[in-house]
Design a protein around this ligand. Structure first.
Ligand SMILES: Nc1ncnc2c1ncn2[C@@H]1O[C@H](COP(=O)(O)OP(=O)(O)OP(=O)(O)O)[C@@H](O)[C@H]1O
Ligand SMILES: [Mg+2]
Length: 353
């Protein structure tokens, strides 16, 4: 078992600077999700940890050991990729056993480890099938099994579920979490899916354009995003943003007719400063005497609730409301806003105020 530490990693591919002073510290046994939009540097980060890519500068530690000069095969890690890359001519057993055979493990040990992994993953009955005789989810399990039999100190997952259909993804999500509880190994899981990040991570690392935006526990990131990017990326539907300028002698942040938000005194916001006010959809609700008057654009019925898309005239926004309500496009509604859940961002830098 071992933790993983990145220290001031810079990564350049020729002129392209893909990772900027990337530092984070993953504790032994932790499940950390690295999340961010396409191209932000998630796979590069994983590949640097795995030793498949050499950073331009900075240090990588696995446990107490600096591993910059350690070959991938000696790093005590196993990686599971999006395309499971199983050998088509080998059955499930042989696919899982392959890495151990290469490493010259004794036959009996291979047998025990593969059977154990198959048991954990619930694929014992499929052990003599070839990949083409398996469903996508079963194949993904074999790919995970191939990692488990190695008993590595650290598991690296690079978007392992993105080839699966929505229902299977949800199922495999819980299975990987259970696996983590069973094995207790350190796991680093890369995804661009904020739901996977929220549901799976003990901790989340959010990346954008090769910069680390925030690292913290999921609920902390959701409740107290460090900047407007994180606030908009984590959460679905995303946080609503109202761009505004602090105005007046009693400074008003938002002035949407009936809906206005005074500047909280402790935030040190100056008159004329550009501000973005953020509020999550669940903190806006229908209320006859609500302070916000808005026009309905469309309502999406989700079954358990509806996402009401409306506009103040200046700003479109989404509210989560009860599914029992029905709406007509163009209808006027009144809504209440839980002002203690308002978040304020600098309109220039996007940083949380
Ligand atoms: N070998 C390479 N040469 C040049 N540029 C590269 C190379 N590998 C990656 N990049 C660039 O580095 C950036 C980060 O790529 P990376 O694969 O880490 O992104 P990612 O976050 O995993 O994206 P995705 O979600 O699409 O998989 C991208 O802009 C990509 O084009
Ligand atoms: Mg990637």
């Amino acid at each position: 078992m071992a933790g993983v530490k990145l220290q001031n990693i810079e990564m350049k591919f020729g002129e392209t600077h893909v990772l900027h002073t990337m530092s984070f510290d993953i504790r032994d046994g932790e499940f950390v999700v690295v999340v961010g939009p396409s191209g932000c540097g998630k796979s590069t980060t994983l590949r640097i940890i795995a030793g498949l890519e050499e950073p331009t500068s900075g240090d990588v530690f696995i446990g107490d050991q600096r591993v910059n000069n350690v070959a991938p095969k000696d790093r005590d890690i196993a990686m599971v990729f999006q395309n499971y890359a199983l050998y088509p001519h080998m059955d499930v057993f042989e696919n899982m056993a392959f890495g151990l055979k290469l490493r010259k493990f004794p036959k009996a040990e291979i047998q025990t480890r593969v059977n154990e992994a198959a048991e954990i993953l619930g694929i014992s009955s499929l052990i003599h099938r070839r990949p083409k005789e398996l469903s996508g989810g079963q194949r993904q399990r074999v790919a995970v099994g191939r990692a488990i039999v190695r008993k590595p100190a650290v598991f690296l997952f690079d978007e392992p579920l993105s080839n699966l259909d929505a229902k299977l993804r949800v199922q495999m999500r819980t299975e990987i979490k259970k696996l983590h509880a069973t094995l207790g190994a350190t796991m680093i899981y890369v995804t661009h899916d904020q739901t996977e990040a929220m549901t799976m991570g003990d901790r989340i690392v959010v990346l954008k354009d090769g910069y680390l935006m925030q690292e913290d526990r999921p609920l902390e990131i959701y409740t107290n995003p460090a900047n407007q990017f994180v606030a908009g990326f984590i959460g679905s539907p995303p946080m609503n943003f109202f761009a505004t300028v602090a105005e007046g002698s009693t400074p008003m942040l938002l002035n949407e007719g009936s809906f206005s938000v005074p500047v909280p005194g402790d935030l040190n916001i100056k008159k004329g400063q550009k501000i973005v006010v953020g509020i999550r959809p669940e903190h806006i609700s229908l209320a006859e005497n609500g302070i916000l008057s808005a026009t309905v654009e469309v309502a999406e019925l989700m079954g358990s609730e509806s996402f009401l898309h409306a506009t103040t005239g200046k700003h479109p926004f989404v509210a989560r409301v009860e599914a029992t309500h029905t709406f007509k496009t163009g209808q006027t509604v009144r809504l209440a806003v839980q002002t203690d859940h308002l978040r304020y961002f600098d309109g220039e830098t996007g940083e949380r105020i």
